[in-house]
Design a protein around this ligand. Structure first.
Ligand SMILES: [Zn+2]
Length: 105
């Protein structure tokens, strides 16, 4: 059972630790898609490489997707991390009033 919000006593709170993992995964996915899309569809950028070796365009997209994924995951992680209140314990975020607080188990 999640604890009630320490400000408005709402039970609608989420675990920031879980949210951070989720944010990292979503950020990685978004970054990957953006990286792959950008390298596959950016005009001219890979023209020389792709005439020499057609698969290199795909390879570059995979590299871009991986790079974008890592960058996205880092960005997602940092974004959620900035919501974390300082201190020890389990971090929670109230969806009712936006108050972030920690509960020591
Ligand atoms: Zn609240």
């Amino acid at each position: 059972m999640p604890p009630p919000c320490s400000r408005c006593a709402s039970q609608r709170i989420i675990n920031l630790e879980t949210t951070r993992k989720l944010g990292t995964a979503v950020g990685a996915l978004a970054g990957s898609l953006r990286g792959a899309y950008a390298s596959l569809y950016s005009p001219g950028r890979l023209l020389v490489a792709s005439t020499q070796f057609p698969l290199s365009r795909v390879a570059t997209a995979v590299v871009a997707a991986t790079t974008g994924g890592i960058a996205g995951a880092t960005a997602g992680n940092q974004m959620i991390q900035s919501l974390f209140p300082p201190g020890e314990g389990t971090p929670w975020l109230c969806l009712g009033c936006g108050h972030a607080f920690r509960v020591i188990d």
